[in-house]
Each structure stands twice: as C-alpha cells, then as structure tokens.
Design a protein around this ligand. Structure first.
Ligand SMILES: [Zn+2]
Length: 58
C-alpha cells in the first residue's frame, strides 16, 4: 500500500495491493503498474530502500 500522485486526476490517492497489476524492478527501484481510482493507467516507482530490509541470520 502506498500513496501515489496520479498524472491524470492529479490527486494523491492511496493505492492498495489489490489494484496493482504488475511489479517490475531493478536492483535499486521497484515499479508498480496499476489503475488509478479515476481509471487512468499509472506506474509508481519507489526505491528499494523504502522496503524494510529482511534481516538474514548468519
Ligand atoms: Zn487518477
């Protein structure tokens, strides 16, 4: 769940995981594709630093 500023309706909307249609990523970023509440297709990029790292026990 994240907040996205839509490029179509220009509103800041809360996007739920159920809206996300696809996830793409590189080593440093994640890109979510979804449909805004207004119906416009959107993508949202976030840094992986935003994702809480998982501690790996040695
Ligand atoms: Zn929108």
């Amino acid at each position: 769940m994240f907040i996205h500023s839509c490029s179509s309706c220009e509103k800041r909307q809360l996007i739920f995981p159920s809206q996300v249609e696809g996830v793409a990523g590189t080593d440093s970023t994640l890109s979510f594709s979804f449909t805004c509440w207004c119906g416009a297709p959107q993508t949202h990029e976030t840094g992986r630093a935003d994702v809480r790292p998982v501690a790996v026990a040695g």
